[in-house]
Design a protein around this ligand. Sequence first.
Ligand SMILES: C[S@@+](CC[C@H](N)C(=O)[O-])C[C@H]1O[C@@H](n2cnc3c(N)ncnc32)[C@H](O)[C@@H]1O
Length: 334
Amino acid sequence: MVSTFDSEINMTPEEFRMIRDFIHEKSGMYFAENKTYLVKNRLQKRMAELDMKTVRDYFYHVKYDVSLKEFNRLMDLVTTNETSFFRNEPQLKSFSEEVLPLIVDEKQRGRGPKSLKIWSAGCSTGEEPYTLAIMILEKLKSVNGWNVEIIANDISEEVLAKARRGEYSGLTLRNVAPDVLRRYFTPAGDLYRVNPEIKALVKFSHLNLSDQRKISMMSNVDVVFCRNVMIYFSEEVKKQVVRGYYNALRPGGYFYIGHSETLHGISKAFKLVYFKNALVYQKENVTAEKTATAERTLATSRPVPTAQTATSADSGAARAMELLSKIKPINVKK
Ligand SMILES: C[S@@+](CC[C@H](N)C(=O)[O-])C[C@H]1O[C@@H](n2cnc3c(N)ncnc32)[C@H](O)[C@@H]1O
């Protein structure tokens, strides 16, 4: 075991920029100068394992490793993977009590096969997609007759391995209600194991969100969850990733970002929907929107945007309401 003192590495500003720019180019994550210590801290142990003395040596090692093994290792080190079951209750309530019923009703009324496609992008150790699976099962009672697909991915192989195991203990379970714990988990020693019926709904895979080619292969998604992931991305990468989500969503599909995040300055493509529990972005359903606008135009000579559907045209007002909602809960959806 190497002591912290022995393994203390020196990182010049130039070395920091080399590794920082490399991480940004490959993953979208951007570390500003004030994160120098964090990057150094996270590299330290790995460099000691590899017996490397300088960050420059490590940089060339990771850069020219065509197997990408070291790059994946680096991603395990520099990502922040904090998560928990039922994280941010208002957002999840809006999903289970408002968005999901709308989607399910719509699909039940339609003639096509009944399917639900949810994407948990940046799923960390699996709590978010498993939470969504529990909510979907609670709503549908049985998935018989439905094709439910929860696609969950992350750039870190380490967190994905834990997600696939589906075994949890401690604080991450703090928001799980006792009856939910009893019905969807099995105690195993100190741990709780996610039950197979929940596991079967989630497909974990490795994906780098800044890989535009792979993202462009996603389509017909009903809801995208990308919460607390893009906060680590540079503006240019955020714009690119959000464009990818927009294209992946079906018309009328919903988009959740972290409750402290905003698309302000990133994208005007979505409209902001004011549900009782939270604000949710939505890809406009062009046909439905056109009909609604035509009806409004017939009813009044000057269509007035409603509180529920602030479109990009009134994004200034939307932003103001978004800010207001953070200070005082709003309840405009009837
Ligand atoms: C803070 S966690 C958020 C987990 C979950 N969405 C939640 O809100 O609880 C952020 C996750 O995003 C992942 N991530 C960061 N950059 C990524 C990228 N370029 N592609 C895929 N995942 C990424 C990290 O590995 C990390 O597990």
